[in-house]
Design a protein around this ligand. Structure first.
Ligand code: ZN
Length: 46
């Protein structure tokens, strides 16, 4: 299973292999990354 991070600035998905060496977004250079929740629960709207 591939763990992907998400950039806080540009919201692009980044593979874990890219942030192993340097924790940095490969697209915009931001160092704020987070793990998005893989499972999103849908709430039934009335
Ligand atoms: Zn970014």
């Amino acid at each position: 299973m591939v763990v992907t991070y998400k950039c806080f600035s540009c919201e692009k998905k980044i593979k874990e292999e890219y942030v192993k060496k340097k924790i940095r977004c490969v697209y915009c250079g931001s160092r704020i990354l987070y793990k998005p929740r893989s499972i999103t629960t849908k709430v039934k709207a009335i």
